[in-house]
Every structure is written in structure tokens, then in C-alpha cells.
Design a protein around this ligand. Sequence first.
Ligand code: AMP
Length: 428
Amino acid sequence: MRKPKFQSPSGMHDILPEEQKYFQKIYDVVSNIADFYGFGKIDTPVLEETELFSKGIGIATDIVKKEMYSFRTEGGNYLSLRPEWTAPVVRAYIENGMQTLPKPVKLWYFGPCFRHERPQAGRYRQFWQFGFEVLGEKNAVVDAQIIQIFYNILENLKLKNLIVEINSIGDSQCRPYYKKLLSSYFRTREISLCSDCKRRLRENVLRILDCKEEKCQPIKAEAPQTLDHLCEECRSHFKEVLEFLDEIEIPYRLNPYLVRGLDYYTKTVFEIFPEAVGEEGGSQDALAGGGRYDKLIKLLGGKDAPACGAAAGVERIVSLIKNQNIEFLKAPKSHIFLAQLGNLAKRKSLKLLEDFRKARIRISESFGRDSLRAQLSRANRAGVKYALILGQKEALEGTIIIRDMASGRQTVVKLEKVVEEMKKKLKK
Ligand code: AMP
């Protein structure tokens, strides 16, 4: 096939009707859970000031360094397409006076994000995220609840073998010392690190811990671990989070290398993975990730307040639903087809379709066609139980034919009675 003249930008995809049912199902599950746990929905603009992200996410992170779509407007402002939602949600929380609301403020969202990454399976340049943020609460129960919410959503979507990976990366009390330890450890081994990690050693030493390069693995394995260097407050907070998770029976695995790619995290960080099953299961992309960010609100100009949240990638969930052959997404089918013949009948059919819509009965049609045979063969292919036939004679008499497609038996009823009649038939 010849390439069309115009194609969607690399790494960005159309979401076609057959895909939409997955998005819709995920949206329904997420919004029901958000409702249950008392979260209010928020939408923010897809564009924000670039500085919101460079300040919030961190100037030396991959997202800000290489992955943002940024531009200068005619008016001279620097704007970026949002690569994630937490910084915009915090901006909106501060700007809209939500700091004065009773705490905590609980918000959720569902919408596209943009990152200029190398496109590959499960990694796109425009992708959808949903997420939950709890602002103004420091108790460890919130960390556990955020994890529980994401776990519940994935379980409600019938995804199996999920595992939560969790770590604590400390706070401003203990992290500087730990980073110093890490730096001196890696500095003595710099020569054996990959080129990215050599750069990270100067810019963002924590990120060496999540490097996937083969040659860095043995060096990482011997590195000091954050859990051994937490201050008292971070240690007891983390212990409580794990106790809550034990209580609600969420399976987790401690991962000392989990640091996450954004600077704003403090204390708890976590990701949820589909657990690799059997031999072929290699490293998998995370479905969701998040953690606590106790300093971000202040950093972005708000009153000092703790917070915790997470986000999940919709496309990755859709692809897992497909891989696990989950069947709950059959599109609802209509059982009735409305066929018409002649001008008057077409006009009356248009009106009749509305009567069915108001009665919430699904019905399909092919009004663009005039031949009765073509319409009935379409009804046959659609596998409906009944065809309603409105011909010229019926249109004049105010009647309509109900044809039982299996037996071929036909009955005539008054046009104004047909909705009621079909309601009865479908109930049987
Ligand atoms: P992050 O905060 O970067 O860990 O993103 C949260 C979630 O969004 C990830 O666990 C993924 O499910 C999803 N995600 C992140 N980046 C991409 C991407 N480039 N393409 C598709 N999904 C992504």
C-alpha cells in the first residue's frame, strides 16, 4: 500500500472506534473508584509555563532535559505540553485557593501527556494518563491508600499477577548524606560506568540506581542502599506504609533501586508491574508509578504542605488487557434493524428511530440505502433478532411489519405501538 501523504506524528496515534471501548471501560472503572474514595476530578490545560516543569520535575531529569515539547509563543512566553500531571495539579491547587479547603484535598485526572521519547512498544510521544493526588496529608495511610486505589483499578480491570515495587528515597534530612555516600561509591568506580551514568554521577546520582545497562549492574549491586540510610522519621513512615499494605493484603516487593525519574519525590516511591510469568517474562514496563512529594507544593510557591499521588498509563493497560485476552469488553449489540422503503417511509423511520432512542432500546439502520433486499441482508449480517420493515403501504396505513429473523414469521402492528411491542419481545 502506498504511504498516505499525511501521517500522524511519530509516536502519536489515532484512537480508533475499536480502541475507544478499552479507554471507555478504563475511564468508567477509574471514575467509579474516584467517586468511592471521594476524589474530585480536575482538568488542566495541556500547555503550561515551561518553568513549572523545570522547577517542579527538576532541571536535570530526562523529562525536562530531553523529552519536553516546548516553544516560545508570539507573545514571548515559554510554554510546554504537559509531560505529566502532578506539577500542573499542584499549580492549579495553589492558584485556585484550594490550600484553604479542609485537608486533605483529593483530586483525580484522565488525559493525554506528551514526551519526546524514542517511540517503541509501550512508549509513545502522546499517551494517556490517569492519576490521583492527595494534597495536605502526611500520614502514611495515604501512601498505602494511593497504592490500594491503583491496585484496585487494575484488579477491577481483571488484570492478573500484579506486583507493587516499593522503596523510600528519604527526605531533606537523610537524602543529602545518602547521595554523598552514593557519589563517593560511584566515583571510585566511574571508569566502569556507562556514559549516561558518568553524566548522572555529576547531575543526578540517584538515577544511576535505575540504569538498565548491563555493565552498570554489578556496580549497582554493591552500592549503598537507601533503606539503610533513612533518618528516623523516614524509616518509621516507611515501616507504617508497609504495615498498612500487609493489612490490606497487597503484594509488594522492596526494590532498593527504585528511585523514579522525577526530582520531587520524598519518602515513599512505588511502581506497579504486571509480574513476569514463566520464562519469557523479561523486564516489563510499569503500569503505574508515584509516591510522596512533601516539598513540591512549597517549591511551586504554595504553603508548605505534604502530598502523595500516582499516575498510570492508559495505553499500557489497554495492551495488557488485550494480551491477557480479557473478554468483558464486547460492544453492546442491537437486536433490532429498521428497514424502510420509499420517501414517506424514510421520513417516518427517522422519527421512529428517535422513539426507540428515548425508550433506550438499541436499534440499527441503513437509511442511506433504498433497496429493501440490501437492507435486509445487512440486518442478517448484523445478526439481529428482529427487522422492522416500513414500506410505502405501511407508511400510508400507519403500520409496520415485525419480522422474526430466525423463523421468517412476520406480524403487522400499529406504528405507534411498535416501541412497546418490541420492549415486550426483547424482555422475553
Ligand atoms: P511516570 O510518572 O513517568 O512513571 O509515568 C507514569 C505511567 O505513565 C507509567 O507507569 C506508564 O504506564 C505511563 N507512561 C509513562 N511514559 C509513557 C510513554 N512514553 N508512553 C506510554 N506510557 C507512558
